[in-house]
Design a protein around this ligand. Structure first.
Ligand SMILES: Nc1nc2c(ncn2[C@@H]2O[C@H](COP(=O)(O)OP(=O)(O)OP(=O)(O)O)[C@@H](O)[C@H]2O)c(=O)[nH]1
Ligand SMILES: [Mg+2]
Length: 212
């Protein structure tokens, strides 16, 4: 996707606005009022969802990130200065937790994704070193079936060698080409180094119809 310099700059300003934690919901009836455009971050446990949210807003500790898979256990809502809401979902494919715990959070994530009227897009994160795995394909199938618009974001690009990033991006683009709810572009990002973040901010600004 191409973005004008003005759009990149506007998005940078938008994401400099104050970001705050609203609440964590452990049950579907605990969600905040659907009164702002929302974007949600989904993906395997440890893929970098919480880190990506922190990178987008330029804060290290807004969303809790850690190397311990299953860190995010609720649906966490962050408000960007009354303009839009960023939603951090519990990860899937998290092997160490008990079956009931996994099911509880997967059901919660699924219910949220299916029923949220203000949800503008889901950012489905994939580790750029691993590419799409079968659990990811299942998640894409579910989003396609529910007709929830989503974009693939490849994470941890700083861990790749030169040229590998572009290759995995091309491969992923091909894999999603025929998926009905997939946005026809794949972002390559590093929350750690900041790669791809200005463009992702610009895309989020477009998608949500927000302005600085
Ligand atoms: N090198 C590198 N490491 C990253 C990047 N993004 C996240 N990480 C690391 O990956 C680990 C997991 O990151 P989180 O942001 O907690 O992942 P998550 O998807 O929120 O995980 P859950 O909440 O368990 O589902 C942490 O150790 C992060 O520091 C990145 O861009 N580059
Ligand atoms: Mg997390």
């Amino acid at each position: 996707m191409e973005y004008e310099d003005e759009e990149i700059e506007a998005a940078r300003v938008l994401f400099q606005r104050q970001a705050t934690f609203v609440m964590g919901a452990a049950k579907i009836d605990q969600l905040p009022e659907p009164n702002l455009p929302e974007i949600a971050f989904a993906g395997r446990s440890n893929v970098g969802k919480s880190s990506l949210i922190n990178g987008l807003v330029g804060m290290h500790k807004l969303a809790r990130a850690s190397n311990e898979p299953g860190r995010t256990r609720e649906v966490n809502f962050f408000d960007l200065d009354g303009q839009l809401r960023l939603v951090d979902l519990p990860g899937y494919g998290w092997a160490k937790a008990s079956k009931t715990t996994v099911k509880k959070f997967q059901d919660l994530g699924r219910d949220y994704l299916r029923g949220r009227v203000t949800l503008k897009r889901v950012y489905l994160l994939i580790d750029s070193r691993h590419g799409l795995k079968s659990v990811d394909t299942e998640a894409l199938d579910a989003l396609d079936l529910a007709a929830v618009s989503y974009q693939i974001v490849l994470t941890k690009a700083d861990k790749l060698k030169k040229g590998e990033g572009e290759a995995v991006r091309e491969k992923t683009l091909k894999a999603i080409a025929k998926r009905p709810a997939a946005f026809p572009d794949v972002a390559l990002t590093s929350a750690e180094k900041g790669d791809g973040m200005p463009e992702l901010r610009a895309e989020i600004m477009r998608t949500t119809g927000t302005a600085p």
